[in-house]
Write a protein that binds this ligand. Structure first.
Ligand code: HEC
Length: 190
């Protein structure tokens, strides 16, 4: 009889702490805005470098500038950022289990007709004793990407041989426009 108010109090405290600790809509909005700011910057540098040095010259932009942008955005925002892909070029872009599951879901949704551009997922994830907010935003394959991520006919011999030198285990070709090339992955400890 007297345990009921206590139980109620306990439940209220629990609910209060969950709400205070994880304001999920706010976390989602913040992660989305950090993730959305990065790709346009990369795209404009990529376009400049392609205009200047062709696709072969632009490889350096993707290789050096993209990680620098991610590091800068991480330092500025307090979120850890990186790029991931199910068919990665950089060996560091291999997704972990949670990221893999989300990327596979993105692929299924694109196959079912959803546009890749709008795909995202945010969630509170607990693993290895850590609670984090994690977020993935899909990076759609565009026409421009195909010179370095498309079919064997679309990737020139010069680009192919440079990619082979830099990424002997490259898996990131064979894409067509509209597919999910990868994602921007964010995480922050809660
Ligand atoms: C000039 C060649 C070139 C073009 C054009 C290009 N990429 Fe890449 N991409 C690369 C290289 C090189 C890497 C490996 C970068 C690194 O070492 O981190 C890469 C890596 C990536 C990654 C990280 C995951 C992985 O596979 O390592 C993503 C995501 C990606 N590119 C998406 C795109 C998208 C989307 C476009 C078009 C908007 C695009 N790329 C256009 C050369 C290119």
């Amino acid at each position: 009889m007297s345990t009921r108010p206590l139980t109620l109090l306990f439940l209220l405290m629990l609910a209060g702490s969950v709400i205070a600790g994880d304001d999920e809509p706010a976390l989602l909005a913040e992660a989305r805005s950090v993730a959305t700011a990065v790709p346009p910057k990369l795209l404009s540098v990529l376009q400049q470098e392609i205009a200047r040095g062709g696709f072969e010259g632009a490889i350096a932009a993707c290789r050096d500038f993209a990680p620098r942008l991610a590091a800068q955005a991480s330092a500025d925002s307090g979120w850890h950022l990186r790029r991931v892909s199910l068919k990665n070029r950089n060996p560091r872009a291999v997704p972990d289990a949670w990221e893999r599951e989300v990327l596979e879901d993105f692929d299924r949704r694109v196959t079912a007709g959803e546009p890749a551009a709008g795909l995202e997922r945010g969630a509170v994830v607990e693993a290895d004793g850590r609670r984090e907010y994690r977020y993935l935003k899909a990076l759609p394959t565009q026409e421009l990407c195909l010179a370095c991520h498309g079919s064997a006919e679309q990737v020139s011999p010069a680009v192919r041989s440079r990619l082979d030198e830099l990424y002997p285990d490259d898996q990131a070709t064979g894409y067509v426009s509209g597919q999910v090339r990868g994602a921007v992955a964010l995480r922050r400890a809660l």
